[in-house]
Design a protein around this ligand. Structure first.
Ligand code: APR
Length: 244
């Protein structure tokens, strides 16, 4: 794969770099994406039945089981070369912000330190009335545990459709997009806002936008560089070409 020399030179001299990742970066670890294949999660299930507060209200056990299965799978897989390449990039760039839509925790497992989890983390659950967040609980198959304080059902600490993103994380992500010299969009279909707006924010302030994705997306026409293919193959080559 050819990395344009001017991109190599620019990345070497950039102190502020931001990266936004989506489910595609975890695909080579064996985790399903949402939209891009016939076995994508939203191809098999309707998101409105599994990833909304109304769905949890209507069928808490079904929603709980859906996330419990994803949590189990996420705990069984390892980061792939794409995750490790982003952790390596962070070690070379003075101000690097990794913004992820993924809830699988694989970026941290790969050694990334500055990770902004825009959509939460599947390994945490929280009281649906806001009493608190929990990282340990008694798993009763097929049943959502209840809050020890108020008795309400506990739910995955992830952002569902129609919900607000965590404000601190969103503010950090916007700040990174507004101050970066290079913005990477990796393994995301670029369909879900506000995350999908971040590369465009970076473009507006004159950053170089680089997309690494298995297929073209609505963002592709706006980027400066588009590398089509697997992030687990492209990112390691790019990091090697720039930082040796
Ligand atoms: N390398 C690079 N890109 C890949 C790979 C890979 N190995 N495998 C798949 N892709 C690309 C697909 O082509 C697709 O464009 O990753 C993208 C994944 O897109 P989605 O499945 O839509 O996932 P994502 O963009 O993360 O979804 C955003 O939607 O369902 C909500 O909250 C959920 O965070 C999620 C958000």
């Amino acid at each position: 794969m050819e990395i344009p020399p001017e991109l190599i030179t620019f990345l070497r001299s950039s102190a502020h770099v931001a990266a936004l990742t989506g489910a595609g970066v975890s695909q080579e670890s064996g985790l399903r994406t949402f939209r891009d294949t016939a076995d994508g999660l939203w191809a098999q299930y309707r998101p409105e039945d599994l990833a909304t507060p109304e769905a949890f209200e209507r069928t808490p056990e079904l929603v709980w089981e859906f996330y419990a299965a994803r949590r189990l799978k996420a705990g069984e897989v390892q980061p792939n070369a794409g995750h490790f390449a982003l952790a390596e990039m962070e070690r070379h760039v003075p101000h690097f912000t990794l913004i992820t839509q993924n809830v699988d925790g694989l970026h941290r497992h790969a050694g990334s330190k500055s990770v902004v989890e825009l959509h939460g983390n599947i390994t945490r659950i929280k009281c649906s009335r806001g009493c608190g967040v929990f990282t340990e609980w008694e798993e009763l198959p097929g049943k959502a545990p209840t809050c020890p304080t108020c008795g309400a059902k506990l739910r995955p600490d992830v952002v569902w459709f129609g919900e607000m993103l965590p404000s601190d994380e969103l503010a950090t992500a916007v700040q990174a997009a507004r101050t970066c010299q290079v913005f990477f969009s990796v393994g995301t279909s670029g369909l879900v806002k506000p995350a999908a707006r971040l590369p465009l924010l970076a473009k507006q302030i004159g950053a170089v936008v680089v997309e690494v994705n298995a297929e073209e997306t609505p963002l592709t026409p706006s980027v400066d560089y588009f590398f089509q293919g697997k992030s687990g193959e492209i990112l390691p080559e790019l990091v090697k070409a720039v930082w040796g």
